[in-house]
Design a protein around this ligand. Structure first.
Ligand SMILES: CC(C)=CCC/C(C)=C/CC/C(C)=C/COP(=O)(O)OP(=O)(O)O
Length: 592
């Protein structure tokens, strides 16, 4: 590799910063003109959270015990509504892992009442439904029929204070976000409550400071629907809302009647836990930044340098300390995929791509001898990552994982070549043909599979088979969602670069006379039904380890929806929301 870099006139010993690509562009190739890396190594190495210190870990233990004492030992002091509130709050604050036993007791008890039909008013029913469904109890939304009026409005039959009604509407909205296919009542509930809540937000839009915490929560929930609510950022947001709630004692007390000292204790645990985890994440990010700084690929400036964004994407969902290897492996692999994507889509020529494909599929370096230097660098960079992950995964699980790695890799690389051939011949395929290839070229099968086998959880051959293509619904739904969401956001940019095959273009070609809006409507409806199916896949009883299912649901689905919410946040990672989110999750500790 040093030899290749030397041929390019690049010094391997330089202490280059990160915005330093210098690849010559002699063949006037197509170029995505992507903005450079935004996170210099100097900046990343300067992150120095104090919360890595053992003292903070000890203090967290003490606080958790105090919460246990309050909420478990005095169980009988709390009503069912208060106990459900506890389950909801610890999940929103990201500290539910410490209270599993208590959560299970509460939910088992709630489920009994649910089956006896004695849950209560709309607020309680909506909260109970959400908590039970979110924790995989079998509950039917038909229970909401009895709250529905003749004109499709949802009433609250409980005490009718203004805030109780608002909280009921919020809880019903949140319950409706967990809909499975065919559950029309939840769709109706969502339409009704979202209109109601949007009006409330509109009425108060002039308030900018010291907002009512309930309003803060409603705004947040409406801006980030469940499908794009990534766990670490959700925790960050709920901590802010919860802080504000504790300042406005009257509100929560009005409804849930939880003493402020108890709530304050929960908040303390949540903030400390967030900061301790962030310290570990900063440590990992520094390792990644060092790896990137010394990598050969840093010198190729035609592709998207997004290692920090990739790490952010994964850590938001897979944040627990024990999944470090999976986060780091994902980040490296996604970086190599973004290099390959930009080679196949844009920078490479079709004559170069054919032998390059052969070399990549077989990991055969002898084939790349006559290829341009940038391809040699890309091959070597990808190969090193492949070797590192394979060896770690084989040590963890055994040699059987190799076939999963090889199968997904091969089909992925071939799908890239197929797209490159379509670009080279200016061909727009049929929609179905495009989608079959496009789900594979989304890269999600490769990324999920590698991330799964690096997780610290035993995975048998049988479980991996269930999780892999073609049997896995998780896999096919996440891949299809990614392909469609990505196309909606960047098909116009890609078309301008000469990439004519996208789901939008293919739909319009198949349906002569249809407009771009028709295509977008069709695709949005398909995305919505994929989300319902994924809700079901994630929340139904299953023998697949919970951490694996969470990976698909949170990183695979929610991460993609978040990153592509207003634009393609990987390509345009200088978008304010992405920068902001990275600062919150990875850079700044939360102040008490
Ligand atoms: C498709 C997608 C969002 C994949 C996510 C998985 C992932 C991180 C792949 C790495 C390569 C990458 C940045 C693809 C998106 O680019 P692009 O928008 O140019 O994708 P395309 O060329 O496949 O349309």
């Amino acid at each position: 590799m040093a030899e290749v870099l030397k041929n390019l006139g690049i010094s391997t010993s330089s202490s280059l910063g990160v915005e330093d690509g210098c690849m010559p562009n002699a063949n006037a190739r197509r170029n995505g003109n992507h903005h450079p890396n935004l996170w210099s190594d100097d900046f990343i190495q300067s992150l120095n959270s104090q919360y890595g210190d053992a003292l903070y870990h000890e203090h967290r233990e003490i606080l958790i015990n105090e919460v246990h004492n309050i909420f478990s030992n005095k169980e009988e002091e709390f009503s069912l509504l208060q106990r459900l509130w506890f389950v909801d709050v610890v999940q929103c604050l990201g500290i539910d892992g410490y209270f599993q036993e208590k959560i299970k007791m509460t939910l088992d008890y709630t489920y009994k009442s649910w089956n006896q039909n004695i849950i209560g008013d709309l607020n309680m029913t909506a909260l109970g439904f959400r908590m039970l469904r979110l924790n995989r109890y079998d509950v039917s939304p038909d229970v909401f029929q009895k709250f529905k009026g003749e004109k499709g409005q949802f009433f609250d039959f409980g005490p009718s204070q203004e805030y109780t009604k608002l909280v009921s509407m919020l809880n019903l909205y949140r319950a409706s976000e967990l809909d499975f296919p065919e559950e029309m009542i939840l769709k109706e509930a969502r339409d009704f409550t979202s209109t109601y809540l949007q009006e409330v937000v509109k009425e108060h839009e002039e308030i900018k400071e010291n907002k009512n915490p309930l309003l803060m929560e409603i705004e947040y929930i409406l801006k980030y629907p469940s499908r794009c609510r990534i766990p670490r950022l959700e925790t960050w947001n709920f901590i802010q809302i919860f802080k504000q709630q504790n300042r406005n004692d009257w509100l929560v007390n009005d409804i849930y009647k939880i003493p402020n000292t108890y709530r304050q204790k929960l908040l303390e645990v949540a903030i400390l836990d967030f900061n301790i985890l962030q310290a570990q994440h900063q440590y990992e990010l520094k390792l990644i930044s060092t790896w990137w700084k010394h990598s050969s690929a840093i010198h190729l400036d035609f592709f998207r340098h997004r290692h920090v964004e990739f790490y952010f994407w994964w850590v938001c969902s897979l944040f627990e300390p024990e999944f470090s290897a999976s986060r780091i492996g994902f980040t490296k692999l996604a970086t190599s995929l973004s290099l390959l994507d930009d080679i196949y889509d844009t920078y490479g020529t079709i004559d170069e791509l054919k032998p390059f494909t052969k070399a990549l599929i077989r990991w055969d370096a002898s084939i790349i001898g006559n290829l341009p230097d940038y391809m040699k660098i890309a091959f070597e960079f990808s190969y090193q990552i492949h070797k590192e992950i394979t060896s770690e995964a084989e040590t963890k699980h055994g040699p059987f994982v190799h076939k999963y790695i090889q199968n997904c890799w091969e089909s992925f690389i071939l799908s890239y070549l197929q797209e490159a051939e379509w670009i080279a011949s200016n061909y727009t395929p049929k929609f179905d043909q495009y989608i079959i290839n496009g789900t594979t070229s989304s890269g999600m099968r490769v990324l999920m599979m590698h991330s799964l086998i690096l997780m610290n959880t035993p995975l048998s051959d049988k479980i991996l088979e269930e999780l892999d293509f073609p049997s896995s619904k998780f896999q096919s739904l996440v891949s299809l969602i990614t392909r469609l969401v990505d196309d909606i956001e960047d098909f116009e940019d890609e078309k301008a670069r000469g990439e004519t095959a996208s789901s939008i273009e293919c739909y319009m070609k198949d349906n002569q006379g249809s407009t771009k809006e028709d295509a977008l409507n069709y695709i949005t409806t398909r995305i919505d039904s994929c989300v319902q199916e994924l809700n079901k896949e994630f929340l139904k009883p299953s023998n697949i380890p919970t951490c694996c299912r969470k990976l698909y649901f949170n990183a695979g689905m929610r991460g993609v929806f978040f990153l592509f919410k207003d634009s393609d946040g990987i390509t345009h990672s200088h978008h304010k929301d992405i920068l902001d989110a990275i600062m919150k999750v990875l850079v700044k500790p939360i102040l008490e």
